[in-house]
Design a protein around this ligand. Structure first.
Ligand code: AMP
Length: 556
């Protein structure tokens, strides 16, 4: 063993907490609530995170215990982002758009001990949640005016506290523990490769390295002088890691609660002087339409320079459209299992001029420390020739090597991961080509899910309920391209007794029937009636054929 090696500094989120408190205490976090702007400094955020951590400790939450949030983007959610992992517990951010039944299942699966919930969510979505026994306490994060009518129901009252009262009496100072970099810091469930939710367990090390990746110039290039607006929800893969990256870089933050409509975005960008913002393409195509229609809005967002956009493919027209307003769109690709960023489209200096326009729509180059390959169905590497399509696989210190609690695929195997060539690989389920320069282009999706407005809809779950309907003989759900939402689900149906009257009757019953099982946005917009559904070699419904033929072959 050689002596004289470098210091062994554990890569933990305490680094971020300390750095932002010491170097950038006066930088601001602006939250736009529906009725007001709230501005806090990082000094206040870190002090309140200390109070929060003390209060959480008093509830008997130990190292490694899970603390859930059901919340939109706000300063309080940011305080949880710091307090929970830095005290050694695990922040479990739950998607606030899920049904109450799904939320209950996730709370139980993660064995969450505390639940922090926005009052607006508590009032609407959670009204009928049965909080599982593992949850010792529910802490409701108040709207501006504490609304007595929205106070928790009597049954749940024993569990409840209001956030401000919960932290109020606590001192801001806390003896933050020394943590190991391999301790868990966060938990986020994905439906990324099948319809079943699976937990992705981030470590302090993976999150810290991902944070640094966002700061790389050929990553997201976030820096101190930026004002960053992550308009992706903080429950979705740590808002793409941007809140942690902003605090590490010393960039100010602007948080949009839940509204991502163009008018709200313009107002916040203008108020906080936002320089970079991120969201899924649906949000930005609406925003672009708005800028074109309202020149006054364009003048109000002059501080905006860069838009890292991902979650779904970014079109050439979006890139060109924003360029006209002096804003650079950076195409990114990632998934919850990769913390989430894996690729960013930065222009290589050795690209020939004629290669540039086409390359700009690729999902991008692997961010330093991410390694990619494409493989055929036997797991053999495919060439980087820009034409051979194969499954994209990723090896990275911030990619998952398994799921929380060892969840496996639907066939009982852990199909999402493989180990060879001396590394662990995450099987992304995305089909891609890689060109000789290393640019990855996603060309298809092997996983059978529909992505609408940045959120997944399980086609399996829809099919299951359709198949349970007594009038249905066969059913499939597929995604149809949609200019606003990127994809919307369509139900392809074969009726038991196919007559015009029965079709009409089924159409009438469809939405009330489906709304028993799904939130409104997950219900297919359209029913397509078929005499028979196309089948592949194994007798399974061939969805590729269904998707291709949908436009021209549909009947009814
Ligand atoms: P999630 O885990 O919900 O973040 O979803 C990850 C998945 O979203 C990826 O595996 C892709 O299928 C899709 N995705 C993310 N970014 C892009 C992109 N830039 N282009 C196309 N698909 C994308």
């Amino acid at each position: 063993m050689l002596t004289g090696l470098m210091q062994q500094v554990p890569l933990t989120l305490n680094m971020i907490r300390e750095r932002v408190a010491v170097l950038y205490p006066d930088k601001t976090v602006t939250t736009r609530f529906p009725d007001r702007l709230h501005v806090a400094t990082y000094r206040e955020i870190v002090e309140r995170a200390g109070q929060l951590a003390n209060a959480i400790r008093e509830c008997g939450v130990d190292r490694g215990a899970r603390v859930a949030t059901l919340a939109w983007n706000s300063h309080r959610h940011l305080e949880l982002y710091l307090a929970v992992p830095c005290m050694g517990a695990v922040l479990h951010t739950i998607n606030a758009r899920l049904s109450s039944g799904d939320i209950e299942k996730l709370l139980a699966d993660a064995e969450d001990e505390l639940l922090f919930v926005d009052q607006s969510i508590w009032r609407t979505i959670c009204a009928d949640i049965r909080v599982p026994a593992c949850v010792k306490r529910v802490v409701v994060m108040e709207d501006e005016h504490v609304d007595e009518a929205a106070a928790p129901s009597t049954d749940q009252a024993r569990l409840c506290a209001l956030y401000e009262a919960f932290i109020e009496a606590q001192p801001p100072n806390i003896d933050w523990p020394s943590l190991g970099e391999d301790e868990a810091s966060g938990l986020c469930y994905t439906s990324g490769t099948t319809g079943d939710p699976k937990g992705v367990l981030y470590s302090h090390r993976s999150t810290t390295l991902h944070t640094l990746g966002c700061l790389f110039v050929d990553g997201i290039a976030m820096r101190e002088r930026d004002v960053c607006l992550p308009a992706v929800p903080m429950f979705h893969a740590n808002a793409w890691g941007f809140p942690y990256a902003a605090m590490m870089a010393g960039a100010a933050l602007a948080l949009l609660c839940r509204q991502t409509d163009p008018a709200s975005l313009v107002e916040l960008i203008n108020a906080a002087g936002v320089t970079m913002a991120t969201a899924v393409p649906t949000v930005w195509s609406n925003f672009l339409d708005h800028l074109r229609a309202e020149p006054a809005s364009a003048a109000r967002i002059a501080s905006m320079k860069r838009l890292p956009v991902g979650g779904a493919a970014v079109s050439r027209s979006l890139i060109d459209g924003f360029a006209q307003f002096g804003i650079e769109v950076m195409h990114c690709w990632g998934m919850t299992e990769i913390s989430p960023l894996g690729l960013t489209n930065v222009e290589r200096s050795d690209l020939a001029p004629e290669e540039r326009p086409h390359t700009r729509t690729a999902q991008g180059l692997p961010i330093p420390t991410c390694t990619v390959r494409i493989v055929d169905e036997h797991g053999r590497r495919l060439p980087w020739d820009g034409t051979a399509p194969g499954e994209l696989q990723v090896a990275s210190p911030w990619a998952a090597a398994g799921y929380f609690g060892g969840s496996a695929g639907p066939d009982g195997s852990s199909r999402s991961f493989t180990r060879d060539e001396g590394r662990e690989w995450l099987r992304t389920g995305d089909i891609a080509t890689i060109d000789p320069h290393g640019y990855v282009r996603i060309v298809d999706r092997a996983k059978d899910l529909i992505k609408s407005g940045g959120e997944w809809i399980s086609s399996q779950a829809i099919e299951l309920q359709l198949a349970n309907h007594p009038d249905v003989r066969e059913a499939a759900a597929i995604g149809r391209p949609d200019p606003k939402w990127q994809e919307r689900p369509i139900a392809c149906i074969v009726l038991q007794h196919d007559t015009p009257e029965n079709r009409k009757r089924f159409e009438m019953q469809f939405k009330p029937y489906m709304s028993q099982f799904f939130p409104k946005w997950q219900i297919p917009d359209e029913i397509s009636f078929w005499n028979d559904l196309p089948k592949g070699k194994t007798g399974k419904i061939d969805k590729m054929v269904l998707r291709q033929q949908f436009m021209r072959n549909r009947e009814g």
